[in-house]
Design a protein. Sequence first.
Lengths: 645, 256
Amino acid sequence: MFKVADSPLDGRVPDGPIADKWDNRKNELKLVSPNNKRKYEVIVVGTGLAGASAAASLAEMGYNVKAFCFQDSPRRAHSIAAQGGINAAKNYPNDGDSIWRLFYDTVKGGDYRARESNVYRLASVSGNIIDQCVAQGVPFAREYGGTLANRTFGGAQVSRTFYARGQTGQQLLLGAYSSLMRQVSAGKVTLMPRREMMDLIVDEGVTRGIVCRNLKTGEMEAHTGHAVVLATGGYGNVFYLSTNAKGCNVTAAWRCHRRGAYFANPCYTQIHPTCIPVSGDYQSKLTLMSESLRNDGRVWVPKSADDTRAPNEIPEDDRDYYLERRYPAFGNMVPRDVASRAAKERCDAGFGVGETKQAVYLDFKHAIERDGEDAIRSKYGNLFHMYEKITAENPYQVPMRIYPAVHYTMGGLWVDYNLESSVPGLFVLGEANFSDHGANRLGASALMQGLADGYFVLPYTVGDHIGKHGSSLKPLGNDHPVVQEALESATSRVNSILAVNGTKSPDSIHRQLGQIMWDKCGMARTAAGLKQAAEEIRALRDVFWNEVKVLGSGDSFNQNLEHAGRLADFLEFAELFATDAWHREESCGGHFREEHQTEDNEARRDDEKFCYAAAWEFQGVGEQPMLHKEPMEFNEVALSTRSYK
Amino acid sequence: MSGQGMNLTLRVWRQAGSEDKGEFRFYQLNNVSEHMSFLEMLDVLNEQLIKLGEEPVAFDHDCREGICGMCSLMINGQAHGPDNETTTCQLHMRRFRDGDTITIEPWRAKAFPVIRDLVVDRTSFDRVISAGGFVSVNAGNAPDANCLPVPKQDQEKAMDAAACIGCGACVAACKNASAMLFTSAKVSQMSLLPQGKPERARRVLNMVARMDEEGFGSCTNTSECEAACPAGISVDNIARLNREYLKAVVFSDEGI
């Protein structure tokens, strides 16, 4: 199903002890002087935490920036939906936290499949992020003395998570957005909302710009510059149902992949343990209930599979608090992959609750008895409110019913230590890259990574590319052959979709794709299932190109066409996803292969054969992709079996 | 799942583009489950329309969990429909009855021109923020986060104001299409926090001036905005903005 490259892939990690690597690299990077920066243009695609913070920071430094998003405003990016918090090794609670501990927890939480040096840098700039956000006016929770408050998240035994009620992502994004809008008013950032990136412009192996479709007018536009920064989020919507926003898509990343950017570890998917269960076949998305709820909520199912009593009528002796039973050290605060698999195991064994039996209880009874309803309301009020809106049940009185759902994707475009992809001049940040979370992301780390990349890493490294190549990159006009080719290819793809004129809506085909992915590439995977999934995906791709029906035209606002275009890319990407999952014959983090588990159903890694990042090179649709292996070396944190018992 | 859902008549605003006059069209939708969200009901309508060869209804939406502010819709004359503090995406069909006729329109305001059907252009909100809704601090300049203690009650009030999702319901609900609730939420957040103090006079003057330039109407204190707001933003913020504005005009060098 794939070919293997001869030589290993180099992540270009700097020399020196782990704590000095980032400083060493910064000392080597080329600088661009202030009066030269204003001659250069950087294109930033995506305006979530990573994109908005990068665009604002680059503009503050003096570069000219164009910022693109498919939504009507940069403030809508899906970072806004992150609820629980952001990690930082401030050690304000004086509970023994340090940069090293945050680094260690993140490497271990990622099941030893992340690049150690990137994770250390992430931990070491984490404190600066909190400082920056507070300076912007982000209203983080505080103690009565006026200092910042912290809470605990999964996979950690210290309190290092900063939060703004259950709306941390919203407040951090609005902080980054406010910095971005300040640069808009200063004339340094040009906003390009309602644009979908359709292609990457590459000339002589170097990134030169993008092609995007103006979603209001349908016009195909080329924008060129001296570097392109991709911060376009994850690909969870390949599963159709996920906690992602409806617009989240793989198109920008996939189009870059087709132009030469390697795609790393696509099979690493995070299935979040606490989401509101599916209620019917019209379901359009799933809603997350923040991991922070596990600080006070206790997860349980009845001890007896045929217990039909209402939850509040089941006495303590008849309840199985299975996370506390299996993992006494971490209890309800085990990492997400562990909690999700444990929920699936209980439900598959017949102990699930609710109408569908595909749910477990998350119960706040004890917390309310201990701290009072007001205390719980002040911590989680908006989440409880959201739960009640969706389910019409009051979680202050009856336990929540929850079930795992696709939430985050650790895989993404391959980047080196500088966050530069395999196509020079294309940088990839945040969820869109693969580098920091290995095979499983810990809670409250996505916000940290997005902002670390955007505020404190990319602004340094992009200068190295521009310092080296900037003066030799002359502007490309729309009549340049590579620009022409990219514009024509994007236009012809839109026209081909419109020309099919079949009978099936994009939504119906997307749901079919989601079903294949959930059944065969979801929480438990097998070699046979994955192979079959790849075949079914290929067949479904044919269905799409022969039977999809998209009404209206390409030269107007056409949401159905947008969806169809994204789906077409998901249908190509999904096959790579299945191939990657099939090739990785081990279990690690969010990738669980049934053939590779311990006697007590824990993931069994194979460090001898698979301690590498799998970076795939595109060879054509339906062609066997080329595997490049970047070895993951662990010099600081010894490879060991992850245990939360 | 019960097979017996609701049968509904939908009266939906259709408008092919900003220059088009637009009109209401009626659609019959049967067997609607009470557990569906309002937007899922529109998804089902659109699937039905595609089958019949009619272009689906355009409507803005993204996160579908009430936080991104992308969804909108006037539902039976109410912004985001009948529930308090609820966005359209969080509104569920159990709120409606079998046989109901539901009228669905876009936000209507001069500063929010219609793009297509139920989709409007809200970039005027971005321009109001760019006039002053920020603290001027570059990345890398910040002192340690705990250098500046903020009293918990001030932080809580700032958070109440900062919860605005920028959806525009306040404008749509206001008979004058005023953006005072939106603007005041940002002005309040910044004026309640010490970080926002150095620029408070410029901020309020510039943001209010921009709001007027964008074509939003004046505030006449009818509080429809507060009633319609899905994020629970209080009109107290408008009072705070007015105080900030007065102070800026009377006492600051910026006000003249």
